[in-house]
Design a protein around this ligand. Structure first.
Ligand code: EPZ
Length: 415
């Protein structure tokens, strides 16, 4: 399967933004902490969500996803270990570790491997579990977690790890006493998980700041909850408007989650009109170059780095992009160079010299956001671009071809 794009169309119109993948995954894992029926709204129908659904089924959950509403019913939890292939398939599956340690007191889970964007250690997750009193033993690519009852602790994170903060939070909510997480991640998805856990009856304060306090409780109840919109999908469609010199409105995104992205688009000279639940970009035909350094929230999101590299590749002047979060997140560069880009990797920095326009070519997506970057380039390119590796793109975007067509793009899926 390939995505085929005939570039050069100025995109115009409105699209609705789906629920945040990186909120759905931890909140789905958190349902393991409850007994009964949870109803989650605004759940995106994505491959990663289906992977997490099959992971929860392994532990005995009954699930149904229909029109972006996910029902997760937990009666009895099966005391078995998560299957290796599923954890390997999606790193975020490791998010079941915290809830299962809290609920079952014992779990043997495969260590998630690295992936295309870099080595993805979980040492800070394990350090947190250990601080809460769990015995942690890793061997043969597995880690065994065991505890006779978790106790609150003060945990300092060397790095503000997003899923590390989330995993430790989910283990601590049923621990005896008080836990504090220092240097916690502040992403909106961490706040969304804390809000969902509090609705289940947890006692969490400070989510969204670098210091989170958790008072352990005895049990949590199932919830009905609506997750936040996906700020990366929102950013994707704003970049699609920018790279085609178009006028695109995204509905349902939260302006306050997009500060760095909107700031950079304005720095490039594009006009942004933001109201409460909709944001419009009125793009210049060619944006100005600007420098970008990725950072933990509220800094510039690493997940938007490849898309902005694409956009800066056809902007006026030279830009310097520095990636500080992952060690292999420039995998898309060679493919963009095949489309006529003039960019060069130097360590964790990418030097981008803007060219007039990309030229269509057949290219391969190596990971989710690299695939999105190639789509952006194809929308701009002179001629036809064919993108393979759609399985990566489907992990994070719900029928992106249909949404782009809504905006006037000449896009089709070729078998
Ligand atoms: C989350 O990954 C997101 N995934 C990523 O999105 C996102 O790119 C990343 O945060 C950064 O914003 C989910 O939320 C499911 P980290 P995560 O732990 O939690 C190092 C997507 O496809 N680190 O914040 O894995 C790590 O190596 C993905 O949507 C340790 O050293 O990222 C990295 O350099 C791509 N030890 C840095 O911290 C640890 O124990 C940040 O990683 C944990 C992390």
């Amino acid at each position: 399967m390939k995505l085929k794009i005939e570039g050069g169309v100025r995109l115009t119109g409105e699209v609705d933004i789906i629920g945040a993948k990186n909120s759905a995954l931890p909140i789905m894992a958190a349902t393991l902490l409850t007994t009964g029926k949870n109803i989650l709204h605004n759940i995106p129908d994505l491959k990663d969500v289906h992977t997490m659904m099959s992971m929860l089924e392994v532990f005995g959950a009954k699930l149904k996803l229909k029109k972006n509403i996910l029902q997760v019913t937990i009666d009895e939890l099966n005391h078995i270990d998560p299957p290796e292939d599923q954890v390997k398939q999606m790193r975020a599956s490791f998010l079941v570790a915290g809830p299962l340690l809290a609920r079952l007191g014992k779990i043997r889970i495969p260590l998630p491997g690295g992936c295309q964007i870099g080595s993805r250690p979980v040492d800070l997750h394990l350090k947190g579990f250990q601080a809460l009193g769990a015995k942690v033993a890793s061997e043969h690519g597995y880690v065994e977690l065991e505890s006779k009852g978790l106790k609150g602790a003060s945990i300092y994170l060397d790095l503000p790890t997003v899923t590390g903060t989330e995993n430790i939070m989910m283990a601590a909510v049923l621990a005896k006493g008080k836990t504090e997480i220092i240097n916690a991640a502040k992403e909106p998805e961490v706040v969304d998980l804390a809000n969902a856990l509090n609705k289940m009856g947890a006692k969490i304060k400070g989510a969204g700041t670098d210091r989170i306090e958790i008072e352990g409780v005895d049990a949590l109840s199932p919830i009905e909850y609506t997750i936040i919109p996906d700020r990366i999908e929102a950013g994707t469609f704003l970049v699609a408007g920018a790279i085609t010199g178009g006028e695109v409105t995204i509905r349902g995104a939260r302006k306050e989650h997009l500060g760095a992205v909107l700031g950079k688009l304005e720095e490039m000279g594009h006009k942004i009109e933001a109201e409460d639940d909709k944001i419009t970009i009125v793009a210049k035909s060619v944006g100005k170059a600007c420098d970008i350094t990725t950072a933990p929230y509220p800094g510039f999101p690493t997940d938007m780095q490849a898309l902005f590299a694409s956009l800066l590749g056809v902007s006026k002047g030279t830009s310097v992009i520095t990636e500080t979060i992952f060690d292999r997140r420039f995998g898309f560069v060679d493919e963009l160079v095949r489309m006529g880009a003039n960019m060069k990797v130097q360590g964790n920095t990418l030097i981008v010299v803007g060219v007039k326009r990309y030229s269509g070519a057949s290219v391969t997506a190596g990971d989710l956001r690299a695939g999105a970057a190639l789509i952006m380039a194809g929308l701009n390119a002179d001629g036809i671009t064919e993108i393979s590796g759609l399985e990566h793109i489907e992990r994070g975007y719900e029928s992106i071809d249909k949404k782009l067509k809504l905006l006037g793009a000449k896009v089709s899926i070729e078998l």
